[in-house]
Structure formats: C-alpha cells, structure tokens
Design a protein around this ligand. Structure first.
Ligand code: PMP
Length: 418
C-alpha cells in the first residue's frame, strides 16, 4: 500500500474528495480509470508545457530507450542539451544536470557558498525551493508563529526536519524593499546568496515589483552576495529564457527543472562561468547517478529544440490563452458577484477568493479564503477540469481557445450557484 494513498504530499486529495486515478494523458487532457476526461491545467505540476505526449519527445525517448538507459559516462545528447540551455537562458554559461528541482536548488546553494566563502542564504517567505530539509523553511507558516511581517523568522515546514538546517537562513518578505535593505544592512557580509522564485508561483502567483527586484539585485551585489533564480516553474514557461528573459534581469545562478524535459525528471544548475568554476575546478562537489541520464537528455533535447524552433508560435499562443482565461474568469466573477481575484503572468493563471485588490506577498496569501478555493477545485474536478488545488492554472501549447471557452462555461455554471 502507498502511505496515504499517494507518492507525494502535493497529490493528497482534499478531505472528502475522491483522488483522480489517471489512465492516460494526451495533449491538454487526462483520462481517469473510469473514462472521465479532464481538461488539464495541472500539467504534471508544470512540466508539460507542450502538453502531454508531444510527438517529438515521445519519439526521442523511444529511440533512446533502445540505445541505452543509463551510461554514467559522457554522451553527445548531454552536450547538445547543455548547448541548447546556454543558448536559451541568459545567465547560463555553464551547466550541470541533475534529476529533480529540490536537489539542484541545494546544489546551487552549495556552489554559492563555495564561490563566496560565506554560509548564509536569504530566502523569501512563501517561496518554495523543494522538499528537502535545508530548503523547506517558511513556505506557508502559521502567521502567528512567523514573526513580524517585515522581519519573518525561519519556520520549519514539516515534522522530522533537521532544525539545525535552518540556522543559516534569513527570511525576507516578498516585495518589501525596505525590509530587504534592513536585512542586508545587518547581515549583508554573511550572505552567500539571495534565492528567489523570480515570479513567485508556489504562494499565489506574484510578480516582483520592478523597483523591488532592481533594488534586491543591486543591494545583493553591493553586499557581495550572489543571486539565484529558482526557475523550476518559470523556466521555459515564461519564454525560452524563463523569468530572466521575461523580467529582463540576469542572476548569477539559476535552477531549471520541470518544463525542460517534457515530463522526464531532468533539472539543471546553470550560471555564470566565474561562479560555476568552483565546480569546473573541483573545489565544490556535484554528483548524481542519474545526472544527464540519456533518456532524460533525449527528452530535454527534443523539448528544448521544439520550444526554441517554435518559440514565435508557442509563447504568443501560451500568453494569449492565459489572457483569454484570465479575462473570462474576471468577467464571470464580476457577473456573478463573486469576490474572485484573477492574476498571474502569461501562461500562469491564479485565482484567489479574497476582497484584496492584489496579493503581494505571503501574508496577503495567508489571508485568502482557502476553503472557497478547495470548493472550487472540487467542483471543477467533478465537471472535468483539473487545476492545482491552491488556485493555479497552467496553460500548455496543446490547449486551444475552445478548451478555455468550455472551461469558462463550466466555471460560470459553478459560480452561478456559488
Ligand atoms: N523549486 C520550485 C520553484 C518548485 O516549484 C519546485 C517543485 N514544485 C521545486 C523547486 C522542487 O522541484 P522537485 O519537485 O522537482 O524536486
């Protein structure tokens, strides 16, 4: 038996909800074992930016499966994949592959510590950097345990966590430059890296104010701290260059995952050569049996080549579908007098039940109505629409305007009786 019936806590059904057992997926759809079809806005929690089973990726994986599944040696596909990444992602001069986002984040932190000779990492409240002990701090803490809004304290995310793993962390509120400045004034010389989801996607979907991001970059640099963008969600989603291209801001290091390999477990630590040199020269260790696994690399090359080759068609389409869904949801909420805030950039749409005009940080997110969000999620699922339970909707290149319009009709039906 599976503990709790799932293999990841992100898949635990809300109490009373029947979990979805998937039979198969294709394009923008999932089918469950009872034959029910769902328009899928979860996309495997993000990876399927081209939709499920893109033929280029399926063919590349099938072809590679007959040529070897694990070499633990160098091979051509990893070189091609690295060249594609460096050509697409602005900060990427050198690349090391891993399998999942959580380990690559900690690899990037190690590289930053090695490169600066400093120990502390500054992360933002509400930002998710994987499920491992060192990173799972102050994701969604109880507000009464999280300290003042302008000076949050580190709060562990789970039972069983190694509490000493948080002693080097500093926690800052998102979108509050004065709070960030105060932390840098006090601790700037101790900080190896400032890490962020450059568009916060795990606590609502919240872009940085341009002045905030600019201030963070320049204050971090003045203090000699590196900046790490965790682009596990935003990479290849907001454009082939991810959030760095979308926001026009280039970090020292970045972490990619999810969308880069069409559903196969591939992640990457990328960065400026000068910073990555600690790995090149062997001063900072990095390893992994499945790193640059040939099946994953075949999928990555096929995905990256497809996204790069079809860039001018795929991203305008993704952004157009995102706008259509956001506009439609806003119109329905207004028509039905439901306090639904609809936000998010490009192909990410976030719905919050709140009377706030905007959600700017974790403390705002903590105040939105989670019960209503769960109710909407359940109602959508029953009607054949699959969204991330916290109110996040991902669009893929396989979705169509007709899918979005059909979804909007379903939402209208739900909110009509809200
Ligand atoms: N960083 C971010 C921003 C993420 O969204 C996630 C996963 N949702 C991770 C890191 C961890 O990636 P993985 O689940 O592949 O370990």
């Amino acid at each position: 038996m599976l503990a709790g019936g799932v293999s990841s806590d992100a898949r635990r059904p809300t109490p009373g909800q029947t979990p979805v057992y998937v039979d198969h997926a294709a394009g923008a759809y999932l089918w469950d074992v009872d034959g029910q079809q769902y328009v899928d806005y979860v996309l495997g929690q993000g990876p399927m930016v081209l939709g499920h089973c893109p033929p280029e990726v399926v063919d590349a994986v099938a072809a590679q499966a007959g040529r070897g599944m694990a070499y633990s040696a160098q091979h051509e596909l990893e070189v091609i994949a690295a060249e594609l990444v460096t050509s697409l992602v602005p900060c990427a001069e050198l690349v090391r592959f891993n399998t999942v986002g959580s380990e690559a984040v900690l690899g990037a932190w190690r590289i930053a510590r090695g490169a600066t000779g400093r120990q502390r990492i500054l992360k933002f409240e509400g930002h998710y950097h994987g499920w491992l002990d060192a990173a799972l701090w102050s994701l969604h803490p109880a507000v009464d345990a999280a300290g003042p809004a302008a000076r949050p304290v580190p709060v562990p995310g789970t039972g069983g966590q190694q509490l000493s793993s948080g002693t080097d962390l500093l926690i800052a509120p998102w979108n509050d430059l004065e709070a960030f400045r105060a932390l840098i004034d006090q601790h700037g010389q101790e900080i190896a890296a400032v890490v962020m989801e450059p568009v916060l996607c795990n606590t609502g979907c919240i872009e940085p104010d341009p002045a905030f991001l600019e201030g963070v970059m320049s204050l971090a640099r003045q203090a000699g701290a590196l900046v790490i963008f965790d682009e596990v969600i935003t990479g290849l989603r907001l454009g082939t260059g991810g959030a760095q291209e979308y926001l026009g801001v280039v970090p020292d290091l970045a972490v990619l995952g999810k969308a880069m390999a069409g559903g196969l477990p591939v992640s990457a630590i990328v960065g400026r050569a000068e910073v990555m040199d600690s790995v090149t020269l062997g001063a900072v260790g990095h390893a992994g049996t499945f790193n640059s696994n040939p099946i994953g690399m075949a999928a990555a090359v096929a995905t990256l080549e497809t996204l790069a080759g079809r860039r001018d068609e795929v991203y305008p389409k993704l952004f157009g579908l995102g706008s259509r869904l956001r506009d439609g949801l806003r119109a329905i909420a207004a028509e039905r007098s439901v306090q639904l805030l609809v936000d998010g950039p490009g192909p990410m749409v976030q719905t919050y039940f709140t009377d706030l005009p905007v959600v700017r940080d974790y403390r705002d997110f903590a105040a939105v109505d989670k019960v209503a969000a769960a109710r909407l999620h359940t109602a959508l699922l029953q009607a054949g629409v699959n969204i991330v339970p916290r109110g996040l909707w991902f669009l893929s290149a396989s979705h169509t305007e007709a899918d979005v319009d059909r979804t909007l009709e379903i939402v209208d039906g739900i909110l009509a009786n809200w």
